[in-house]
Each structure stands twice: as C-alpha cells, then as structure tokens.
Design a protein around this ligand. Structure first.
Ligand SMILES: [Fe+2]
Length: 295
C-alpha cells in the first residue's frame, strides 16, 4: 500500500505487526500505535513541537545514571507509576495497600540487625519503629526481608548527598521468629522530587509543585507472598492531598506519636523528645500467574 495520509496510515502501521509471534507484544504494539496516532491527531503538533518532544525525551534519558532515574520520575509525576501499581495490586481485603517504589530505592541495601539504628550521621528527631509482618490469615511471617528507606530531616535521600560515603537512612532487616521488625532512625521530612531536570521543567511549565508528603518506604519480601512495596505516611503533613506522584492512600497514613525523654519499648534510654510508630504490615498470599492464552 502507498499514498498514506492522516486517515489511513494508522491501520497500515498496525497491519505491519500482524505477524508478531508473541501475542502479548502484538497487542501492546497495536494499542501503542493506535493511541499514539490518536494522540498526535488530537494535538496536531507542529514540527517544532515534535522536535521539542524528542529533545525532551533525549535529555530525560541522558539524565539517568545509577543514582538518578529521570524516567521513573516522569512516570511518577504523570501518574503512570501509580496507575500501574493500582492495576497490579488490586485491593485484597485485609492486606496492606501498596504504593509506588519511587526513584530512590537502591538494590541490595546494607544489612542491619533487629533493633539497629540506621541513622548513621544523620541529625534529626529520633524515631523508633517496630511491628509485625503478617500473612493475610494473621500468621506472623518469620525471616521476611524488610527493606526500609527514607529522607533525612532536610528532605534528602542519601543518594542525593555526594559527600556521604556510606548508605544512611536505608537498610535491609529480617523479621525475627515472631515476624517482628524493629529499628531506630530519624523522622523523615516532606521533600521535593528532584526538579532540576526535565521533570522539573514540566512541573514548572504547568504550575505544579514538586513536593511529596513525609513518609518511610518499605519493601517486604517473603516466601509464599506477594512482594509488598509501600510507604507509611506521617499524618498531618501539608502535602498529603497534593503528592506530586499521586501515591497517598488513607490506609497508609499513621500517627507518629510524640514521646517525652525516657525509656523506649526496646529498653533504650532516650534523653531527648522522640517519636514512635508501631505498625504492622499484612501480605497477600502469592498469586500463581497463569500465562495468557494464545490469541
Ligand atoms: Fe520517598
């Protein structure tokens, strides 16, 4: 076929994928072409605008390193990360809700012992966190991997602070025989997602703020269970209703209580005011995924 115009080109492009052996890939490419063409027909970009779009994506890619992931930020700020999360983790009654991973997770975080202090040199209000990881039937999950990471009192993650030599405010714990985790850290603060790159350009041009409400990230991995990626949000934060990445769920907001100097639940003597959160997490049983039937 020849003589393509704005009305007939989409069908022909889709037809070129008719022999794709993998039915899933065929479905994805067909839908991608259909929606992308519809988007272009809707916008009717000038050639200068299309060049600008390609330049934007090129610069977004060039910003990505092992410490910075601008494409995850773009996905997060467009609400796509949260949409993918919502589709893949439809609510299972009685389990802890999931939310976005975010761009600051680091593979293989440093191992820490039950009850450890992960503050490193970070200054801030001491925070004691503990709880139990349970299966949906209430059984405690022993030896679950509990990865924790969060911002410092100024709203920065360790990977954003080049002067830091060691990971701080992040660690990997294993639950004990009763399924418990416990650690000391400092209170996180609300923070702007990195806005000195292409995502920041987009936010600025569209009069959106870059802030996320204060939270502690958790990723919990246990045999026989779905991996849970979630946050615990600090109640009262000013950005709970306008999170730049759309990740807040009411069920994940907690009161981090204010405690006077004294003895903490682990017997540690604390001589300054401190904060406490005791919260459990409930995991779904692993879903055995069936492969899609051939089209
Ligand atoms: Fe975060």
């Amino acid at each position: 076929m020849r003589d393509f115009d704005e009305h007939n080109i989409t069908a022909e492009v889709i037809d070129r994928y008719k022999d794709t052996p993998d039915p899933r890939l065929k479905k994805i490419m067909t839908s991608l072409v259909q929606h992308l063409h519809d988007f272009v027909r809707d916008i009717e970009p000038t050639e200068a605008e299309w060049a600008q779009a390609i330049d934007y994506l090129t610069r977004t890619g060039k910003l990505c390193t092992d410490k910075r992931q601008e494409f995850i930020l773009l996905s997060d700020t467009l609400g796509v990360s949260m949409l993918v999360d919502a589709i893949n983790h439809r609510f299972a009654p009685g389990t802890t809700e999931s939310t976005v991973l975010g761009p600051f997770y680091v593979q293989n975080p440093p191992e820490a012992a039950f009850g450890a202090d992960i503050r490193g040199g970070a200054k801030g209000e001491p925070l004691f966190m503990e709880g139990t990881i349970r299966s949906v039937d209430g059984t405690p999950v022993a030896n679950a991997i509990v990865d924790v990471w969060h911002s410092d009192a100024e709203g920065f993650y360790d990977v954003q602070l080049p002067e830091l030599e060691e990971p701080t405010l992040r660690a990997r714990f294993h639950t004990d025989a009763q399924g418990r985790y416990r650690f000391w850290t400092i209170m996180p603060r609300y923070y702007p997602i990195p806005y000195d790159g292409t995502v920041g350009e987009m936010l600025k041009a569209t009069a959106r703020h870059p802030y996320r409400p204060a939270h502690v990230h958790f990723m919990i991995i246990a045999d026989g269970h779905e991996t849970l990626v979630t946050h615990v949000f600090v109640s009262g934060d000013q950005y709970l209703d306008s999170d730049a990445v759309f990740a807040v769920k009411n069920s994940l907001i907690r009161d981090f209580t204010h405690e006077a100097p004294g003895v903490a639940p682990d017997g540690k003597k604390v001589d300054v005011p401190w904060r406490k959160l005791q919260t459990d997490f409930v995991l779904s049983r692993a879903v055995v995924k069936k492969s899609a039937p051939a089209a």
